[in-house]
Each structure stands twice: as structure tokens, then as C-alpha cells.
Design a protein around this ligand. Sequence first.
Ligand SMILES: Nc1nc2c(ncn2[C@@H]2O[C@H](COP(=O)(O)OP(=O)(O)O[C@H]3O[C@H](CO)[C@@H](O)[C@H](O)[C@@H]3O)[C@@H](O)[C@H]2O)c(=O)[nH]1
Length: 263
Amino acid sequence: MENIVIIPTYNEIENISDILEAVLKLPTRFDVMIVDDNSPDGTADCVRDMMKKYPDRIHLECRSEKSGLGTAYIHGFKRALELGYHYIYEMDADFSHNPDDLLKLHHACAIEGHDMSIGSRYITGVNVVNWPMGRVLLSYGASKYVSTITGMKIKDPTAGFKCYSRKVLECIDLDAVRFVGYAFQIEMKFLTWKYGFRIKEVPIIFTDRTRGESKMSSGIIKEALFGVVEMTIRSWFKTYQRIQRTTSKLQKDLEEAAEKKAS
Ligand SMILES: Nc1nc2c(ncn2[C@@H]2O[C@H](COP(=O)(O)OP(=O)(O)O[C@H]3O[C@H](CO)[C@@H](O)[C@H](O)[C@@H]3O)[C@@H](O)[C@H]2O)c(=O)[nH]1
């Protein structure tokens, strides 16, 4: 039970069987978990058919309604931890992430010993194919915005192609993760970085989907824009509270020591 790739799906009938085949045929074993939100196009039925062909390699989690990519991943992480997987991956269903790159993410964690690896589009320049210029600017601008506000030295903070070693997901309070869209991707990296885990970015080329539709919305952009500021302030506040607690404990200890000495 080493590797499992979690793929959230909503209306991915045109991609699902091909992406499953592409992952399952890799030279290293990667199992797959699909978290489907009751896609009206029958994505889950297609997964059930594929499960007959690969009975031990595919897991299907069905939720009753479309509830966002972030909560789909949280659902998948909890299930993958229960099942005992050691390396847990995030990947889109639409081939914007090349399944072959899973091997690079695996290498960075399982061989080099990093705790998280990120398939990064912005290590050198911008490695994005077929995105309209507006979307490239939005994504690249978002990366700069996030690193400025949070101080996190990650070149592609909104990336959705990653590997987590299980100890990272065991350490993070998954029930407290609040965001659902791009902000979810930023929040997970921010928490991993804050806990001091070792993170490596590996270069990938992101290719826009050719089949099916993106689920990006203005709500998701707004969530990321304001969410990053809120998340950073919350984290500062927590640090401030921790410092305050430590200082008052230290003061109390000193007072007690002084009293003891005096008596
Ligand atoms: N279960 C579920 N899956 C969803 C939902 N919304 C999207 N998905 C699935 O999540 C994957 C990505 O969705 P897209 O709509 O194609 O995402 P995108 O806008 O191209 O965003 C990608 O790039 C962003 C960075 O530029 C990433 O932040 C994001 O996570 C994703 O990888 C696809 O497999 C899609 O079916 C949802 O509400 N529920």
C-alpha cells in the first residue's frame, strides 16, 4: 500500500477511463481513488466499469452533490489514511497534469526523502500550454501575490499536482481546512510549510484540458484573493498567542523562583 492518487471528479466522462488507464499502466504501482460528486454525466458508472477490470487498484468515493475540489480532497485524504497508503497524490482528471510526472513526484518523496513534492509550473519561467493569456497572468500573478503575503518560498502555490507523505496529512488538522478552490491548494502548502516539513518543487508542464470543461468560477478566485490574507493573519495571531502564553509562563516561573529564593 504505497501510492494512491486521489482524483476529484465532476462531469469528467470524457477523460475518466483514459486517465485511469494512464495511471494504472505506469511502471511504479499507483492505485487510484476517485472522489465523485454525483456527476450527472455518469462519471461514477464509468469508474464502476473500470473497477471490474482492475478490482484491487481503484477506489470510488461518491458524494451526494457538488461540494468543491477542496472538500473532495479532504474526504479522499481521510480515506487514503484509513486504507494505510504511504504516499498520497493530488491530480486533476483532465490530463492537464501528465500522469507520467507522478514518477517525479514519487521520486522526490520516496527516494529523496521530502515530505511533500509539488509539480510546479513556475520553477523556470512559465510552463503552461494552451491557456489563454488572461489565465496565465491570473495564475502567475496569484503566485507572486501569495508569496508576498505569506512569505512562503514556493514558486507555484496554487498547484494542484502534489505528493504528500502520510505524516504530513496525519499532522494537519484536516477538519480545520476551510477553503474549497485554489485557496485550498494554498492553505495545504502553507500548513505543510508552517509545520516545517521538507518541500520540493519539481518542474512540470501544465497543458490545458482538451476535453470537458473547467469548473473555475469567480467565487473561487475571490476565495483565493481574500482567503490568503485571512489565512496569514490567522497564523500570525496564533503565533502571537503562543508567544504570549510562553512569556507569561516564563514570568510566572521567574516569580516563583524569586519567591523561593527570598523565603
Ligand atoms: N468532486 C469534485 N471534483 C471537482 C469539483 N470541481 C472540480 N473538480 C475536479 O477537480 C479537477 C480540477 O478541476 P478543473 O475545473 O479542471 O480545475 P482548474 O480550474 O483547471 O484548476 C486546476 O489548476 C489550478 C491551478 O491553476 C489548481 O489550483 C486546481 O486545483 C486545479 O488543479 C477535475 O478533475 C475536476 O473534475 C467539485 O466540486 N467536486
